[in-house]
Each structure stands twice: as structure tokens, then as C-alpha cells.
Design a protein around this ligand. Structure first.
Ligand code: UN1
Length: 510
């Protein structure tokens, strides 16, 4: 599908409003945000961002919609999300192509991202009939005790450029079936994919007479995220992005005793054991390191390789990197697309000079590509460096295709290296040895939120809870019981006896 057709199909204009209360767009008065494609450097369209007044209108409407929306039975809310899933199926090619063109990931990954939205929609539909609480046995006769889950109110969603639509859908689809209203602040680097999603959802909401305000949109810069974090009308702020951003959001939301759900940086490692299937290990490592040009929070950043297979594995990696073709991500023959923008290229180059200063040895050298097809200036070479785990640059997440390799002798040492970073998102071991894999998954093994065996660090399915420990922020989104973060728990005790016995057997007579 060509880009012009994609933009028409998704209703993207040359200049778009950056705020909507749901189905209605608001005349926005903030700064203009231009969206340039990192694929070819061309300006795609512009968006007028929100000012404080626009932002307040969106949040007030979300607040106003909540009392009505929470009274819709959860399965009826699920039915609306089911229709969003259907609309996404119809728009998969167009939206996947726009994700690829605006963000720069390969078309396969753009389509995969929309598939992730469809999957979470299906999950949310089922969930809408399964927002289960427990029942407990009361210690008092003729008393019933149970717990139930109620919606929170307005949920603020701050999402990042690298998964511009899927991560929003994990949050909003679950939050909606739970009975919340949402206000979305997408990354200002990918505003058009957000507008496309807003329009898809608005059509479904309109057809179902969903109250205006259930799906607010406020496109703006950092300031908008700050307004959200400090806004007492928003009981939960779910934020995805850098650790630096997450610390600021967490501190502001915590300062008003609100709740935050943080999904921040990773520094994900794969341990390649001497018992590994090296071919599978190589494929997992290369996809993990260069997929989305190293801009996933689950990207494989470090390989910890057993000394006995180190040279052989290094050779395999080098050979695979030689075969990587870098270029237009919409051309399915290419493996690696561009970085999001020139700032990201700058960070990549700074990291490389830092590595050199630290004494890293280049196994596959990096560099910025120029010439035909690379006019945007955002295409870089995926590279591999031999490093020491303790170097500050290795301890830091650089959002680029930089892969660090290091040797180990014992599994204990490998696990210590893997866990010896501030982040704790995703991790993997490649081994066919059951004792090793069980140790790795045990409480003396990986300290990450995600730990895999014979699968790489990226590309998690939506069915599991997604998130990580330490500087990754501790939040869990997507599958399993992550929905609980979007609800408040209420414990209920009901006395159907003719007495008033007190708990703990306390006697009190008047
Ligand atoms: C992210 O990079 O913020 O597991 C999310 C993965 C994807 C999601 C990544 N399913 O790589």
C-alpha cells in the first residue's frame, strides 16, 4: 500500500488537531508538532499540540464520562472492544504500514504490532467476563466475605515512539473493560499513528453510543506528561519510556499518592551456554539485537557466552551481521530500518565513542550510512563490541543496535553478570541442559520480569504479564492478571445473622 493511500484510508490530514475528547476533535492551541519519516526524511503531516486549556478540557470530559461508563456491564464494554479488534483487523495493513513509515520499524514488525493490538483486544473481550475476585470464609457465623474489583476513574497513558500503538492498546483496552476512561499522551515523535488509532476507535464508539470522554487524546511534549503526573483527577498514570522519564513520573504521581504503572528501560541479556543449540541462539540474538533497529525495551543488548563456545559463536554472529541488509523498512528484503531521528543517531555515536574510550574491541564496527536510500541520515550499522560488564556505558541502555559480548566460565558467574545491571526487564538462556535452565528460572537465577529458555529477549506474547524489576519500574501490563492495576480492590463482609459478633472474639456490650 502506498503512503498516500495509507494516509487517506486512516483519515490523516495535512494538519491535524492534537486533542480529542473521544469522537470530537478540539481546536488545539499548543505548539505545532511536525512528523517526519525516518525512512526517507520527508515531512508526513503536522499536528497542533495541546495547550493547558485543551488538556484540561480532555481530562474534564474523561472525568465526566466515568460515572456513566462504569455502569455499563463489563461484558458490554468488552463487546465494544471486540468491535475495535474487528476494526483493527480491517485496518491492519494501513496502520501497520503507517507504523513502519512514521516510526521506521520493518513492515513485518509494523504489522506484528497491529497484530499485538488485535490479540490484546481478544484478550480484553474474554477478560470482560473474568474480572474475578476471591471469596473468603469468615471467622464469624452467618457472615459472608468476598472481594470485588471496581474501576479507578481516569487512567492517563503515556506511550513511547518505539511501540507507538501496541503499548497504548495494552493499557487502554484493559482499562476500558475494567470500566475506566482514558486520556492518552502518545509520543510526540509518532503523533500520526495515534491520530489514526483515535479515529478507528471513535468510529466504533460512535456506533455504540459510548459516552464522550472514554477515549481522550492529548498530543503534546514533555509538559503534557508533567500535567498528567501532577493531576489529581487521574488516579493512575501508566507510563512507558526511559528510566529518566519514569523516575520523574513516579516521583510526581507518588508525591500526590496516586498510582503509577511504569514500564521503563531494559538492558537485556542472553546467556549462551556450552549446551546451547548455537544456530537457534544465533538467530534469537540477531533478531533481538537488530530488530526494530535496537529500539525495543526488550532488545538484546548483551550476550554472555560460555568461553568454550565463545569463538565459534562470535564467528556465527559476524557472518550473520554480514548478511544484514539495512534500508527502507517497507522493502521486505531489508532486515534493519532507520533509527527514529537524528538525536537517536547522535546517542548511538556518543555510545560508540564512549565504548572506544573504555577500551572496547569492535567485532563488527558501527557507523552512519549515507548515500542513496539513506537520505534521512537515520540509518546506522548494527555493531558488536567486546566489553566489560562493569563499564558505565554497558550498564546504560542505549536505544540503538549496539550488541555487547562477554565471556563466562560458570553459570553462577553468567547469572551474576546478567543481573549485574540496574535494569531488570527481559532475559534468556540458550541451553539444552535441564539443570541449567531450571537454575536460571529459579529464585537464584534471573532477576528479570521476563526470563526465557531457548527464545530471545524480545517479542513477548501478550498473554503474559509484561514488565520488569529494578529501574525497569516494577509495573506489569498486558496479559495474566495485569488488569488488576487498573482497578481498586474492595473487601466486603456481610452479616446475615441476628447477632453482631466482633472479629478476633472481642466482647463489647452496651
Ligand atoms: C516495548 O519495547 O516497549 O516483547 C514493548 C516485545 C514486544 C513489546 C515491546 N511484544 O518485544
Amino acid at each position: 500500500m502506498n503512503i498516500k493511500k495509507v494516509l487517506t484510508t486512516l483519515g490523516i490530514d495535512k494538519v491535524n488537531e492534537g486533542a480529542a475528547t473521544g469522537t470530537k476533535w478540539i481546536k488545539s492551541n499548543g505548539a505545532a508538532i511536525e512528523s517526519f519519516s525516518p525512512v526517507d526524511g520527508k515531512r508526513i503531516a503536522a499536528v497542533t499540540g495541546v495547550d493547558r486549556k485543551n488538556y484540561d478540557t480532555v481530562v474534564s470530559q474523561a472525568e465526566a464520562a466515568f460515572p456513566e461508563w462504569r455502569m455499563w456491564p463489563a461484558p458490554k464494554r468488552g463487546e465494544v472492544v471486540r468491535q475495535i479488534g474487528e476494526a483493527l483487523r480491517k485496518n491492519k495493513e494501513a496502520l501497520g504500514t503507517l507504523v513502519s513509515y512514521e516510526m521506521g520499524k520493518s513492515l513485518q514488525e509494523g504489522l506484528g504490532e497491529v497484530q499485538e493490538m488485535i490479540d490484546i483486544a481478544d484478550f480484553a473481550v474474554g477478560l470482560s467476563r473474568q474480572l474475578y475476585g476471591l471469596t473468603m470464609h469468615s471467622e464469624r457465623p452467618m457472615h459472608r466475605m468476598y472481594e470485588q474489583w471496581h474501576p479507578l476513574g481516569v487512567v492517563g497513558i503515556i506511550s513511547a515512539f518505539n511501540f507507538p500503538v501496541a503499548v497504548w492498546s495494552w493499557n487502554s483496552f484493559l482499562a476500558w473493560v475494567c470500566g475506566n476512561t482514558c486520556v492518552w499522551k502518545p509520543s510526540e515523535k509518532t503523533p500520526l499513528t495515534a491520530i489514526a488509532c483515535q479515529k478507528i476507535v471513535a468510529n466504533v464508539f460512535k456506533a455504540n453510543n459510548v459516552p464522550e470522554g472514554v477515549n481522550g487524546l492529548a498530543i503534546g511534549g514533555r509538559e503534557t506528561g508533567e500535567w498528567m503526573s501532577n493531576d489529581t483527577r487521574i488516579p493512575l498514570v501508566s507510563a512507558t519510556g526511559s528510566t529518566r522519564m519514569g523516575k520523574a513520573v513516579g516521583a510526581a504521581v507518588g508525591g500526590r499518592l496516586g498510582r503509577s504503572l511504569l514500564e521503563l528501560g531494559g538492558n537485556n541479556a542472553i546467556i549462551v551456554s556450552q549446551h546451547a543449540d548455537l544456530t537457534i541462539a544465533m538467530r534469537a540474538a540477531v533478531f533481538g539485537a537488530v530488530g526494530t533497529a535496537g529500539q525495543r525495551c526488550t532488545t538484546t543488548r548483551r550476550l554472555i557466552i560460555h568461553e568454550s563456545v565463545y569463538d565459534a559463536f562470535k564467528k556465527k554472529l559476524v557472518a550473520a551481521y554480514k548478511n544484514l541488509s539495512i534500508g527502507d523498512p517497507l522493502d521486505q528484503n531489508n532486515h534493519v530500518g532507520p533509527l527514529i531521528d537524528k538525536d537517536a543517531v547522535g546517542n548511538y555515536l556518543t555510545a560508540i565513542s564512549e565504548l572506544k574510550k573504555s577500551g572496547a574491541k569492535a567485532v563488527v564496527a558501527g557507523g552512519v550510512l549515507s548515500g542513496e536510500g539513506y537520505e534521512s541520515g537515520c540509518y546506522v550499522k548494527p555493531c558488536i563490541y567486546e566489553v566489560d560488564n562493569s563499564w558505565p556505558i554497558v550498564q546504560h541502555e542505549t536505544f540503538a543496535p549496539l550488541l555487547y559480548i562477554m565471556k563466562y566460565k560458570t553459570l553462577e558467574e553468567a547469572i551474576a553478570l546478567q543481573n549485574g545491571v540496574p535494569q531488570g526487564l527481559s532475559s534468556a538462556i540458550m541451553t539444552l541442559n535441564m539443570r541449567e535452565s531450571e537454575q536460571y528460572l529459579s529464585h537464584k537465577g534471573s532477576d528479570c520480569g521476563i526470563a526465557n529458555v531457548n527464545i530471545g529477549t524480545s517479542g513477548a506474547e501478550i498473554g503474559g504479564a509484561f514488565g520488569g524489576e529494578k529501574e525497569t519500574g516494577g509495573g506489569r501490563e498486558s496479559g495474566s492478571d495485569a488488569w488488576r492495576a487498573y482497578m481498586r480492590r474492595q473487601t466486603n463482609t456481610i452479616n446475615w445473622s441476628e447477632e453482631l459478633p466482633l472479629a478476633q472474639g472481642i466482647k463489647f456490650t452496651i
